[in-house]
Design a binder for this molecule. Structure first.
Ligand SMILES: Cc1ncc(COP(=O)(O)O)c(C=O)c1O
Length: 389
C-alpha cells in the first residue's frame, strides 16, 4: 500500500500486523472453538511455554491483564502489607495499582532525564529498613541496566520484580526482559509489542514455587479443583482464545521489534539536525536491544516551539501523537493520600512537560515517518523566522 502526502498517520495501526497473519489467527481461534477448552486450555499451556522461552525464564503463567500480573506476581514473591516497594514515579499507573493491590507501601523514585528510566542512585537513597522490593519499569521498551539493578538488590537484600509490560523481547547486557529479577510482569494489551485481541498478561519467573503460587492465585487460590489453599486467590486467567491469538503472533515478534528499532534509528537520524534546536530523542542505552514500544522525544527548554502547538500542527496534518505520561503518578488525584507534593520529583515532573511520543509501529512506512519529521522540521523553521515588521 502506498501512502499519499495527505494520508493520515495514526499513532498505532494494528491492522498492519493482523492482516498478514489473519489466516493463522483465524485458524488458531477456530481450533479453540473446535476444542471448546475456553478456560486454561491447551493454547494457554503452549503459549506459556513459548513465552517463557522468549524471556529465557523457566516458567510463565498467563493471567487476566498486566496489572494482575504485577499484583499476583508480587503476592507470589511474598510482598505484602508492611513492605516498602520502590517504583519509578513516571510509569503507567498500573505499576502503582499492582503494588497497592497487595497492600504494600509504594515508594516513588525519580527518573534519569535522558533515558526516563528509574534513577537507581535515587532509589538507593529511598531505601529504608522496610524496603523489600524494587519494581523497575523497562519504560518505552528499554531495559533498566540489569547489572546495576542486581548490584543494588544484592547490596540491600531487595527483591527485583520487573514491570516489563512495555518490553517484550527487549535485551540489555545479555539479559532478556523478565529474566533479571525474581519474577516479572508483562501485559498483552492490544497495542503492546505483543498484544492480544483484548486484555491479557503473564508472570515469568525462574522459580517453580513462584510459578506454582501464581497458578493457584489466578484460579481462586486452588491447587486442585475445589481445594482452595490460598486465601489471596482470585479469578484472573489468560483466556484460551487470547492465548491462541498470542501464539499465532509470537513468531513475528522478533521481526516486529527489529522493525521498530530500525524505524527509531531513522527518527534518530532525522532528529540529529534538530538537536541544536532542542528536540532530542530519549537516549537509547541498549542499541538493538531496545524494542521501542514507544518512540519518545523531548522538547528541551530552549526549543522554540511549544509542545501543544506541535501536537496541534501534527494533528492538522492528520498525524497522531501522544504523551506517556502527562501526569506523574504522585500527582494523580486518586493518590493524593500517599502524601507526595508537587516538586517532590523534579526530573519526572519536568519530563512530563517535555515529552512527546511519535507514531512508531511495525508497518509504519519510511515515507510516513519522513512526513512526520517534515512537519516538525517545517514548524521549527517557521518558529525561527523573525517576526515581520
Ligand atoms: C508499564 C506498564 N505497566 C503495567 C501495565 C498494565 O497492563 P494492563 O493494561 O494489561 O493491565 C501497562 C500497560 O497498560 C504498562 O504500560
Amino acid at each position: 500500500m502506498s501512502f499519499s502526502e495527505s494520508q493520515p498517520v495514526p499513532f498505532v495501526d494494528l491492522s498492519l500486523q493482523h492482516q498478514p497473519l489473519q489466516s493463522d489467527i483465524l485458524a488458531a481461534m477456530q481450533a479453540v472453538l473446535h476444542q471448546g477448552d475456553y478456560i486454561l486450555g491447551q493454547a494457554v499451556a503452549d503459549f506459556e511455554q513459548q513465552f517463557a522461552t522468549l524471556c529465557q525464564t523457566a516458567y510463565a503463567v498467563g493471567v487476566g491483564s498486566g496489572t494482575d500480573a504485577i499484583a499476583l506476581g508480587l503476592q507470589a514473591c511474598g510482598i505484602g502489607a508492611g513492605d516498602e516497594v520502590l517504583l519509578p514515579v513516571n510509569t503507567f499507573i498500573a505499576t502503582l495499582i499492582g503494588i497497592l493491590q497487595v497492600g504494600a507501601t509504594p515508594v516513588f523514585v525519580d527518573c534519569e532525564p535522558e533515558t526516563a528510566l528509574i534513577d537507581l542512585a535515587a532509589a538507593k537513597q529511598a531505601i529504608t529498613a522496610r524496603t523489600r522490593a524494587i519494581v523497575p519499569v523497562h519504560l518505552y521498551g528499554q531495559m533498566v541496566s540489569p547489572s546495576a539493578l542486581l548490584q543494588l538488590a544484592a547490596q540491600h537484600n531487595l527483591i527485583i520484580f520487573e514491570d516489563a509490560a512495555q518490553a517484550h523481547g527487549a535485551e540489555r547486557e545479555g539479559y532478556r526482559a523478565g529474566s533479571v529479577g525474581l519474577a516479572a510482569a508483562f501485559s498483552f494489551y492490544p497495542s503492546k509489542n505483543l498484544g492480544a485481541m483484548g486484555d491479557g498478561g503473564i508472570v515469568v519467573t525462574q522459580q517453580s514455587l513462584i510459578a506454582q503460587t501464581v497458578r493457584s492465585l489466578r484460579n481462586y487460590g486452588a491447587t486442585r479443583k475445589y481445594v482452595h489453599t490460598d486465601p489471596g486467590g482470585t479469578n484472573s486467567r489468560l483466556d484460551t482464545l487470547q492465548a491462541a491469538v498470542l501464539k499465532a503472533k509470537l513468531p513475528s515478534l522478533t521481526q516486529w521489534n527489529r522493525d521498530r528499532n530500525q524505524l527509531a534509528a531513522l527518527y534518530d537520524r532525522r532528529l540529529q539536525s534538530l538537536s541544536a534546536e532542542g528536540i532530542v530523542p530519549i537516549r537509547n542505552d541498549c542499541d538493538a536491544g531496545h524494542v521501542y514500544h514507544l518512540y519518545v522525544v523531548r522538547l528541551l527548554p530552549h526549543c522554540p516551539i511549544d509542545r501543544t502547538v506541535l501536537q496541534l500542527e501534527l494533528s492538522r496534518h492528520d498525524i497522531q501523537s501522544g504523551i506517556h505520561y502527562p501526569v506523574p503518578c504522585h500527582l494523580q488525584p486518586a493518590f493524593q493520600s500517599l502524601g507526595y507534593q508537587p516538586g517532590a520529583f523534579p526530573v519526572a515532573e519536568h519530563l512530563s512537560q517535555q515529552i512527546l511520543s511519535l507514531p512508531l509501529y511495525p508497518g509504519l512506512t519510511e515515507a510516513q515517518l519522513h512526513r512526520v519529521m517534515d512537519v516538525i522540521a517545517a514548524l521549527l523553521a517557521a518558529a525561527k523566522q523573525p517576526y515581520p515588521l
